[in-house]
Design a protein around this ligand. Sequence first.
Ligand SMILES: [Zn+2]
Length: 329
Amino acid sequence: MNLEFELFPYDGPTADFASLTGSLLWNLSIAETVEAFLARGWRHDFGDRVNTPYGMGPEVHLFRLPGGREVIWIPSYGNIYGLPEVSREPIQRAYWILWKAGVRVLLIGGLSGVCDWRDGASCLRPGDFVLPWSFRTHEDHWGLPGTAYDATWPEYNVFLEEPFCPALSAVVADIAGEFSEKGVIGRVYTPETLRAALVHVKTIAFETDYDILLYRVWNKLASQIDPKLPSVVSLHGDCVNPVLARFLGIHLVYYHVVSNVAQGIEPGGDIHNTFINLVLEKCPKMAIELEGRLFENWCLPDAPVCRCVERVERNPERFLKAITGGMKK
Ligand SMILES: [Zn+2]
C-alpha cells in the first residue's frame, strides 16, 4: 500500500446508492439531468468535481430524496473529456470516489449493439431491454493502485458468477416489464430468458465485421454447449469494471437497451442513425423514470444471501510468505 494514496483526502459526499449511467442520458446536459431528478421532488445537495489520488475526478452530484435517502450520480460512467472513454484512468478515479463515498449499491445503464447469432423473431432488436447475465473481462478492469484494493491476489480470491445483483435486478425487471407493456421499450430479457454478456471494445472505435463474426461464432457454439440453457448473445458497448465492484463488495446492477444490431450483421444497416434516434427520443425519459423509481423504492439486500458481498474469499496469510517482499504488507 502507498501511504500517500491511503491518506489522500476525500472531499465528496457519501451515500449508500449511486448511479454511473451513461449513454442513455447523452441527450441531456448534466444540468438538464439534475433538473429532471429535481422534478421528482428530489433535492440537489452537491455538484462539483472531486479530486482523487489519480488526478481530478469527474463531477459528483448528491441528491436527497423525499424519504431522506441520499443518492450519488456521476455523469456518463465517470468519463472525463480528454481521457479515453470507459478506460482504466477515468474508471479508477470514479471507483475511488465510490469507495470513499461508502457506496453499497451501484446502478449503471447503457446502450449497446447486439451480436445475436439466431435468425427470425427471437433476435434482439433496437429498443429491447436487457439485464445481462455476465460480461467479458477487459484489461481495464483493474484495481485501485496504491490502496488495499490494488490487486486481489494473493490476499483474496474474487469470484464473478452472477456479477450483477440478482435481488436488485429483479426490481428493475418488474419496472421494465411495465414500460414494455406501455410500449416505451421493446421486449425485456433477464438471465433466466437470455444469457447476454457485456463486451467493452478494446480500441477507440466500434468492432470490425471480423470481430463481430467471431463473436457470432462463439455465441452460437457457447449456446450449443448446453441447449437447455438460454441462448448466448453479446452486447457491445460499455462494461464499467464489474470486477472492482465485486472486490469492493458493491451490489452492481447493470441494464442495457439495445441501440442497434452490431457491425456487419445487417449489411447496409444504418447503425449511426438507429443509435442516435434512440438516444434523442426514448432513452433519457425512460432512464430518469426507471432510476428515479428504483432509488425511491430499492432496499439493500440482506448481506448473507447476496453473492455481491459473499464472493470475496480471504486466502491463508501464509501465501504472502511465498512472494518476494510479501511479508512487508
Ligand atoms: Zn447483491
